[in-house]
Design a binder for this molecule. Sequence first.
Ligand code: AMP
Length: 495
Amino acid sequence: MADTVEKVPAAESSSSTAEASIAVEKTEPTTSEKKKWGDVEDDDEEEANAVSELNSLSIKEEEQPESVLEEPEDSNIKAVPAGDTPYTSASRFEDLNLSPELMKGLYVEMKFEKPSKIQAISLPMIMTPPHKHLIAQAHNGSGKTTCFVLGMLSRVDPALKQPQALCICPTRELANQNMEVLQKMGKFTGITAEVAVPETTRGQPIARRATVSAQVVIGTPGTIKKWMAFKKLGLDHLKILVFDEADHMLATDGFQDDSRRIMKDIERVNPNVQVLLFSATFNETVKDFVKWTVKDPNQLFVKREDLALDSVKQYKVVCPKEQNKIEVIKDQIMELGDIGQTIIFVRTKVSANKVHKALTEMGYDVTSVHGSMSEVDRDKIVKEFKESLTSVLIATDVIARGFDQQRVNLVVNYNLPTKYDTREPDYEVYLHRVGRAGRFGRKGAVFNLLLEEGPDRQDMEKIERYFNAHVKEIKSWNSEEEYKSALKEAGLLDE
Ligand code: AMP
């Protein structure tokens, strides 16, 4: 498999290969309906402008050792480097000049064999002086966590006992997950790290809290802001600042104000900090933030937006009544036997409780997680699921993004995701939910359970149109045969 760091000719539209391939079967799009993942249509002009810079791109394509990652042959990444710093793609971790301790972490602890595409391209950009900012479009399961975790670990001076790397995430689950990866990968380095999420400060007046001496801090914006405001988190030695899920971090209904404030405070003290933005989409908000705050960044666009999605088959089932949805889960899914772990996504905590209660009453062992639970309970449920102690998790969208659990093969959308205010389908969350199955190119299936009455069917159509995709229908909601053949098609049941 050739390494595809692509020099993009001016005429090529980035959008051509960037369509979300969520389809089981593709349908012909109508021009007005045709939408793209990652708002890349909007990016065409900017990208064309960047083409002149692309000519100076000197990323060396190297022979790769035999692939051990399940990456599609045609997945490719477009790199738009800033200025004329030459970068050489790292086909092996050895190419990155990492410390022996970090190499050991990668091989022994993480059991990685070679960098994924996005790692091969982004890591040299992150690690090579003058340590330019990086904006990377990165998606579910593409290996982005390693890009910024290894980026942070490699830039920290282990001898300096001060915060040097800061990573800001939209949810505590993601912060904890990133921390776990960091601790595993950095196990032999002696680098210290602390997670900054609300629970950390519980019961302890912030003013009395010790000043943070951990070299890496990963947390959510509220707590980080608080630590900064109370001068508990020193910024003087900060070298690298990461925004994970930046589109969400910068969304007006997300953490825009906090993110901007944090960024401003850091810049005031430390204008040379390297900023990494990992974002699923390059929407106007992200572009705006970049324009005003992140000057002259290297940029990466992942053209096959989600390595996982190609291998995840999607289905829809129209159920006459709400109760039938529970029956589908019970008769067609819970009774299937060993098909790995399942996440059932619901819209609200009320639905989460309802589905949980119904399945528990039927004798099934399920757990659920939603935003109104205590943080301790949320952590416990997620941890049990991650350790495979439980196999069916009912969840609201608190875990739709970024949640990495390789054994999840099946996602059930008990409710389609809709926007809180408009009740329109939330396309992005849909894609994120689908991405919970089939991590890093593994097989997976998604069942969308729709109610006959009400907006569900129309919403599903909108989702299909948005992604220019046709999601196959299970014609009779209670036909065991149809579910079985769907799962066989998805590769989750043997023929
Ligand atoms: P991420 O997109 O960072 O959440 O990564 C998705 C999954 O791929 C995680 O379970 C990682 O452990 C795994 N992964 C990331 N990079 C590599 C690699 N270079 N080799 C093998 N697995 C990887």
